[in-house]
Design a binder for this molecule. Structure first.
Ligand code: PMP
Length: 330
């Protein structure tokens, strides 16, 4: 019989899908690594498995322990799924800009969710970083994976995402594009691809306008899961050859087009990364193979990116598109 022991055995080995309409007229082959095929629905399943198994080996996470992590949702799903298999509890701390849909997904997996304000500095006691630190001190047997500084985060991509791409493209990948949040994806995958190609593969980061990776100061933006207002240690500053800044408007436009024109219902950070990949592809030739990583699916964003009145409220759609007025209540 053909089955796996547990759903976590299905993490990784996600497919590459060609972008057709969005890449029309462009010389290179543009491929998307579609991470919503992971069983928890995002790229973060990869880091969850590896961070938990390393913590078990080091003794940082003991039987019956509690996993406490500040997460915008996807890492939480991965951790909750692995925790279910291994008998751990989960408490997740989310900024309030994370959609209610995403928080409910975490609760559905049996996790507890604590919501914190987005509009406070990281050093503020109510910031989601500080609240999670406090919970770790207060809960007995608590362990915080800390995806921002955990070396197993980039290592998971070095050992899975990178080798998969090298194998799937038969070593023909020339450019790898990924959004940067913790920096784990770009750092681990990028380092593997550079080593495998002896430096030939170029690594390009996509970043929301306003975030530190593209020279911003941490100015707020609406794309979720990417960009930072500080430099996490999971991010290897040496790995990216270039960082492309993308506006919220362009990120959301491309996100919607990925669904309508490619059949890929994905999240806003996917549109951001794809926008950067398409901008890059315009200056490349027919021998180039561009791979853009799409971190998650779009169902967690139906009330935002895929909602016309939400888009209009922020001025991302023409006023007459939905009847709402541009610049209306936020
Ligand atoms: N997109 C989404 C939706 C995410 O949740 C994340 C993770 N924060 C990323 C992109 C960025 O990935 P990484 O943390 O590996 O840089």
């Amino acid at each position: 019989m053909d089955y796996v022991e547990h759903v976590i055995d299905l993490v990784g080995d996600t497919p590459l899908v060609k972008l057709n309409n969005l890449a029309e007229g462009l010389a290179p082959l543009v491929l998307a690594k579609v991470e919503y095929f992971n069983p928890g629905g995002s790229v973060k399943d990869r880091i969850a498995v590896r961070m938990i198994e390393a913590a078990e080996r080091s003794g940082a996470l003991r039987p019956g322990g509690t996993i406490v992590e500040p997460t915008s949702g996807n890492t939480g799903v991965g951790l909750a799924m692995v925790a279910q298999r291994k008998g751990y509890q989960c408490v997740f701390v989310c900024p309030d800009k994370v959609s209610e849909d995403k928080r409910n997904v975490l609760r559905a997996y049996g996790a507890e969710v604590v919501v914190c304000p987005t509009a406070v500095a990281p050093e503020h006691p109510d910031s989601y970083y500080n609240v999670s630190d406090r919970l770790v001190r207060e809960i007995e047997g608590a362990w915080k994976p800390d995806q921002y500084s955990n070396a197993e985060n980039p290592a998971s991509h070095y050992h899975s995402t990178g080798p998969e791409l090298w194998r799937q493209t038969e070593g023909r990948i020339t450019h790898f594009v990924a959004g940067v949040g913790t920096g784990g994806t770009i750092s681990g995958t990028g380092r593997y691809l550079k080593e495998a190609s002896e430096g030939r593969v170029k690594v390009i980061g996509a970043d929301p306008e306003g975030s530190v990776y593209s020279g911003g100061t941490g100015r707020p933006y609406l794309v979720e899961g990417v960009g930072e207002d500080f430099w996490p240690s999971a991010y290897d500053r040496e790995v990216a050859d270039e960082i492309i800044a993308v506006s919220d408007a362009e990120s959301f436009d491309i996100t919607r087009r990925l669904a309508r024109e490619e059949g890929l219902l994905v999240g806003g950070s996917c549109g951001m990364a794809a926008a950067a990949a398409l901008r890059l592809a315009r200056r490349l030739g027919p021998d180039d193979v561009v791979v853009v990583l799409l971190p998650d699916g779009g169902r967690g964003y139906l009330s935002k990116v895929f909602n016309d009145s939400w888009m209009s409220q922020y001025g991302f759609l023409p006023a007459d598109h939905s009847g709402a007025t541009v610049g209306d209540v936020l």
